[in-house]
Design a protein around this ligand. Structure first.
Ligand SMILES: Nc1ncnc2c1ncn2[C@@H]1O[C@H](COP(=O)(O)OP(=O)(O)OP(=O)(O)O)[C@@H](O)[C@H]1O
Length: 492
């Protein structure tokens, strides 16, 4: 059975789970890497932030500092307390537009890990009148419970000097049944928000701002799209609408423009979507069985820190976890079949570094920010359409974007094992003009050196002069080969 459909809602895996919750901690710090059962990674995931933010070509560059932006003092203090001194490019560009009066709608696109959350959180906090205590004034919608909890954490952190601020999570099991929601900001998944709105638990009459994170995904999917529209239709007509994502495929743009009429738009070109700090590689496996053998060798022989392995179904996540554990690796599996509390615990273990390898489905493909993740593995290439007939380039970008957060260095390795997966990956690479590097695994020592070499080359480019056409490659040498479409015996 495919994991992509959530049997409860018909929406994609990861959209909503109908069970109770506990707080998932948001942690931007690199965790203690000890005690995982895996070898600590030996490459530095940090690129000097100061260097990047000075470089006008960087996606993190800004000419201004937050002090130039006339933000309310408590919000400014909140940003400083998180060590946010300069805005990223998206923050610098979007904030003045979103904070202008009268309020205007916004459709904002920026690469993964570039600080979109803080951009909309600052806007939300700036719009709230805290003298109207406990009155709902802002609503944020996200596609998964994990992302909603993470956003709730960011609002509380940036808003920690906003006296009287109350943030509530509208997630299954998180609210007292039937009781009115007494909070200034509500963050939730669309189904639960729709329920509490219908039952009049949420007083929507004073809501001033609606944020939809991962908006292309939220508006495109049958189930969630309908729910978002219903929620919006119940809100005041003058509400400010902010739509954020790293991807806005053309086919959802028309709908997004109707959803947020007259919105200012910050968009990226197809070739600007990838993050240059992420070294993208692939391994050509002989068969489905060989994929598993390769994965185990990769973890046995290479030095990897925190990593996420994406698979297609819950069943394969469970199965691979069992096999890897039997082979002596410590691996956690997280997907939509677990109840809410268990999902929160598993993610918290991963954030804190207690677990280092997370096997998951598309449930965690979007938005999740764990800065220590240094590697993402696409065990299965993301596909979409009935019967998984087409490659899913957006999901590919979001998945690999779980590493390389805010200027850090990361690696993604995609496994292909037959013509279909090879063709799908090639088409994704072509669409984004990615120079995928093939990792030759006939000699694992050489493969590891090749990975280090690609990372080093990428780090230099990310720090000094990245440009869309100047992608990092490591040509030839032991282990790595530049990935021109050169199918091997298994993929041709
Ligand atoms: N101005 C800033 N200075 C320093 N760090 C920042 C700043 N803004 C955001 N960050 C950090 O950058 C990281 C990524 O931010 P965020 O999760 O908002 O990315 P995003 O653009 O929403 O990514 P995605 O598309 O994957 O959801 C977070 O750990 C956050 O703490």
């Amino acid at each position: 059975m495919s994991d992509v459909a959530n049997p409860a809602t018909g929406a994609p895996e990861g959209t909503e789970n109908t069970s109770s919750v506990s707080e998932a901690q948001v942690d931007g710090n690199v965790p203690d890497l000890g005690g995982s059962g895996l070898v600590e990674n030996n490459y530095d995931v940090e690129v000097k932030l100061g260097d990047l933010q000075q470089n006008p070509d960087s996606i993190l560059y800004s000419a201004k500092s937050f002090s130039d932006m006339n933000l309310p003092e408590p919000i400014y203090k909140g940003l400083l307390s998180l060590n946010y001194h300069k805005p990223s490019k998206i923050q610098e560009r979007a904030l003045p537009l979103m904070l202008a009066n009268p309020p205007r709608n916004m459709i904002a696109q920026s690469q993964s890990g570039t600080g979109k959350t803080a951009a909309f959180v600052v806007t939300v906090l700036s719009r709230i009148d805290l003298s109207q205590s406990q009155q709902p004034q802002a609503l944020v919608l996200a596609p998964s419970r994990e992302l909603a909890r993470q956003i709730e954490g960011v609002i509380n952190k940036i808003g920690k000097f906003c006296e009287g601020l109350i943030v509530a999570a509208a997630l299954p099991g998180a609210l007292e049944r039937g009781a009115p929601v007494r909070a200034n900001v509500i963050v939730g998944t669309p189904g639960t928000v729709m329920d509490i709105t219908r039952r009049r638990q949420l007083d929507v009459s004073k809501l001033r701002v609606l944020v939809i994170d991962e908006a292309d995904n939220m508006l495109d999917q049958q189930g969630l799209g309908d729910q978002c529209v219903r929620v919006k239709n119940s809100l005041p007509r003058t509400i400010q609408i902010l739509l954020f994502s790293a991807t806005f495929p053309d086919k959802v743009m028309g709908f997004a423009e109707k959803f947020a009429p007259g919105a200012d738009q910050i968009r990226l070109k197809q070739t600007e979507l990838t993050v240059s700090g992420i070294s993208q590689m692939y391994i050509d496996c002989d068969s489905e069985t060989d994929k598993y053998e390769t994965l185990v060798k990769l973890y046995g022989l290479m030095t990897i820190g925190s990593s996420v392995i994406f698979v297609k179904t819950r069943e394969s996540a469970n199965e691979i976890q069992k096999r890897m554990e039997a082979d002596g690796h410590r691996v956690a599996a997280l997907h939509g079949a677990f109840d809410g509390l268990e999902r929160d615990r598993l993610l918290e273990d991963f954030r804190s570094g207690r677990s280092k390898v997370l096997l998951t489905t598309n449930v965690l493909a979007r938005g999740i920010d764990v800065s220590s993740v240094s590697m993402v593995i696409n065990y299965d290439i993301p596909m979409k359409g009935r019967g998984d007939t087409e490659p899913d380039p957006e999901t590919y970008l979001h998945r690999i974007g779980r590493t390389g957060r805010f200027g850090r260095i990361g690696v993604s390795i995609s496994f292909v094992s037959d013509k279909k997966s090879y063709t799908a990956l090639s088409s994704i690479a072509q669409q984004y003009e990615i120079d995928l590097v093939q990792l030759d695994t006939s000699d694992w020592d050489a493969a590891e050196e090749a990975v280090q070499r690609v990372i080093k080359s990428n780090r230099a480019k990310a720090t000094f002069a990245p440009s869309a056409t100047d992608a990092a490659t490591a040509n030839g040498g032991n282990g790595a080969a530049a990935a021109a479409p050169a199918p091997s015996s298994t993929t041709s």
